[in-house]
Design a binder for this molecule. Sequence first.
Ligand SMILES: [Zn+2]
Ligand SMILES: [Zn+2]
Length: 343
Amino acid sequence: MPLIEFTDKGLYCPQGGFYIDPWRGVDKAVITHAHSDHARWGSKHYLCHHLTKPLLQTRLGPNDYQSIEWNEPIDINGVKVSLHPAGHIIGSSQVRIEHKGEVWVFSGDYKVENDGISGEFEPVKCHNFITESTFGLPIYKWKPQQQIYDDIKAWVRKNQAVRKSSVLIAYSLGKAQRLLQPLSECTDTILLHGAVYNIHMALVNAGWKLPNVERVTPETPKEKLKGAVVIAPGSAEGSPWMRKFAPYETGVCSGWMQVRGNTRRRNADAGFALSDHADWPGLLQACKATEAQCVYATHGFQSAFSRYLSEQGIQGKEVHTEYGNDEEEGSKETEEQTAITED
Ligand SMILES: [Zn+2]
Ligand SMILES: [Zn+2]
């Protein structure tokens, strides 16, 4: 019996009797990170990293949560389970499970470049590695993040020079937090859409030190909205909510912006290929570092990526899961959040 089975509820460890990032409610769920496609409502017990817990509480409400530190193994029905940094967003973890000498690692979503807030991706040796493949095509190769931040700052300053607002479209959990430091170099006050603000406050209440922000409300004085620097989720893009910042330009922060036509298709003024996922070289580097004999590729370009791995002498397999919308701005999750918080 393999240590992980791919079932209709999600990744299941029969020996331990638990699921990892299940997409249906289960008794015991081990959660890699708080993005909605990996952390779903309806399970009885959730195990996650300490930093993921306040985010799950914000998104899923009160539940039975247990949290542990990275590299702190626990025993679940004789299976050794530990979490290791995935470098994707705050609290994001890979799950390592070991039973009778056999080791599997589920990476969840990850990126290998250290963003300074999400923990540094840790290669974990295993026999079987389950990898995401969101950007598993050779065309996806990110610039160093500092260069992207410099591009974003130059764009904001260009807008400021002509008294235009800069509205950055960025996923509310992950990219929005990464943008705060570079943006704080351009303005004293970063304005946040309600959906981004909620996540921000969950992190601040959990003890995070983050740059000064202000939530945009109907009471926000008009003069503050002009020439502002704003972070909003994809669902706000092109919505009436944006009009209050006029005249404004929009800049979309997403790995998909690597493909030039996508900026035009989104009607954005600027596209910044900033991603919380590994690019093609990053995925390959991570897979090789595990020394796994077999790599299962999920959510993304899994067939191209697994085929390429097989050509490299690693047994690549394709698996279909229900993960994979956190780089899709305007996803259902973001819209629901907007519905709750939009003013
Ligand atoms: Zn994610
Ligand atoms: Zn994912």
